[in-house]
Write a protein that binds this ligand. Structure first.
Ligand SMILES: [Zn+2]
Length: 272
């Protein structure tokens, strides 16, 4: 698999020139340096007004915890998650990043990205989409997806989210795309899946669920950049053969809103 992976440089389209690489070593050499990565993170971590920043599904409330407060410099943990004591923000010894450190018990609070899992369900050459009944992106179309929960696998989470949003029972076929969004600390993992029964209906987070023919995907009414990219990659794959597995980096333009789904570049695109 590694030898067939391709690298496609920074681009915002989907048919850029591709350069075949021979190993992951070559790929990692092309990645951002830690220094530039930290600069990017420092300048871009931000508020919950961003689309993909807030929950794609209401199943997670962690990002809304009262322990967090939005500031000009980013979200801060102000109270210890262990004892409730106030925190100070310093770079611990032997670390290169500022952390929230409890002034009472000394616990260091680490923040890590969240995993969003979902399903791309094709049925009779159509794709199942859900119209969101929740913010952000209320009234816009999405693949069924949401935050992975503790105690479940990624595929189990994707199946659960599909049930919650589309009341559809599905079987996961294969992973299709992993899309990182460093700006908001999210990683999407989307699986290809099939309906186990032909039935689906809107769950509590959806206004409507509908199968769309590949030529009728409502691109201008999609909820998130991640959904736009996933659907375009899939349709491109289908046009030339079978679905591949894709990895890519969605660099959302800082300050753009949830429904500004074209405000990104899609970088470091690898595919099987
Ligand atoms: Zn504490």
């Amino acid at each position: 698999m590694h030898r067939s992976i391709q690298f496609v440089g920074s681009y915002s389209g989907f048919f850029s020139n591709s350069l075949k690489l021979h190993s992951f070593i070559s790929i990692s050499a092309l990645s951002r340096t830690p220094h530039s990565y930290q600069q990017f993170r420092a300048s871009s971590i931000r508020s919950e007004s961003n689309p993909d920043v807030t929950s794609p599904s209401s199943s997670s409330s962690a990002s809304k915890s009262p322990n967090f407060k939005s500031t000009d410099s980013g979200r801060k943990i102000n109270f210890c998650q262990l004892c409730g004591g106030p925190t100070k923000h310093e770079i611990p010894d032997d670390e290169g990043k500022e952390r929230a450190i409890c002034t009472l018990c000394g616990k260091i609070s680490y923040e890590n990205p969240k995993m969003v899992v979902g399903c791309l369900i094709e049925q009779d050459n159509k794709i199942l989409l859900c119209k969101r009944k929740i913010q952000p992106s209320y009234g816009l179309w999405t693949l069924p997806a949401g935050y992975m929960e503790l105690g479940e696998s990624a595929s189990e989470g994707a199946i659960r989210e599909t049930w919650e949003e589309a009341r559809a029972k599905v079987k996961v076929i294969s992973p299709f795309a992993q899309l990182d969004i460093p700006l908001i600390g999210h990683t999407y993992l989307i699986f290809l899946a099939k309906l186990m029964t032909p039935h689906f209906s809107p769950g509590p987070e959806s206004l409507e669920c509908r199968l769309f023919a590949l030529d009728d995907i409502p691109y201008e009414s999609l909820s998130f950049s991640s959904m736009l990219i996933t659907l375009k990659l899939y349709i491109e794959d289908i046009k030339v053969g079978k679905p591949k597995f894709h990895y890519g980096l969605i660099n959302k333009r800082p300050g753009t809103g949830p429904s500004e789904i074209h405000a990104y570049t899609f970088d470091y695109h690898l595919r099987t």
